[in-house]
Design a protein around this ligand. Structure first.
Ligand code: HEC
Length: 151
């Protein structure tokens, strides 16, 4: 191969490798070579049990909000949304809170607030708006799950 071609090929390979690195998540506390590249929160088994229990309650909230929308049952939507709102945030044990990095709280805080807003707006707003707000709030479920793991 002519040397300048070789040079070009090497340069583009390096550029590609650089891009691939940029695209990778950058876990700060994950063990190297861990098969799951998400950032570890380092919760104890007890903390995991409490935290994952809250998560299942949030899944239940979303399910009940959708059920309430389908049945035109605003009381059901309001009660379901309130369960995953600020009350849940306030009840998070201090040991768990202390282990969550700012990037985690930056997703979790607004999500609990979004549920509070759903509860308030479900009193009178058109149900299509409540559906849209729920879909919007669920972007935060997706964002956090892509980035963190509990163990
Ligand atoms: C700020 C971060 C964050 C947000 C927001 C979040 N989750 Fe999670 N969730 C987690 C983490 C971390 C796990 C554990 C993932 C792991 O270790 O594999 C988890 C796990 C779960 C689980 C599995 C529970 C179990 O028993 O294993 C469910 C269900 C769940 N989340 C539902 C939701 C729903 C629904 C929402 C949004 C309404 C949501 N989560 C929002 C961080 C979050």
């Amino acid at each position: 191969m002519n040397p300048s071609h070789h040079r070009l090929a090497t340069d583009s390979l390096m550029a590609l490798a650089g891009l691939a690195l940029l695209a990778l998540p950058t876990p700060s506390s994950a063990a190297p070579n861990h098969p799951d590249p998400r950032q570890s929160l380092g919760f104890t088994p007890e903390e995991q049990a409490i935290f994952l229990g809250d998560m299942r309650h949030m899944l239940g909230s979303v399910q009940q909000i959708l059920r309430g929308i389908a049945d035109d049952d605003r009381e059901m939507i309001i009660a379901a949304a309130q369960r995953s709102g600020n009350r849940m945030a306030r009840n998070t044990p201090e040991s768990i809170r202390a282990k969550t990095p700012p990037e985690f709280r930056a997703i979790g805080g607004p999500m609990h607030l979004a549920f509070e807003e759903i509860a308030v707006r479900a009193e009178v707003d058109p149900l299509e708006d409540i559906t849209a707000m729920t879909a919007e709030a669920m972007n935060q479920c997706m964002a956090c799950h892509a980035q963190f793991r509990v163990d």
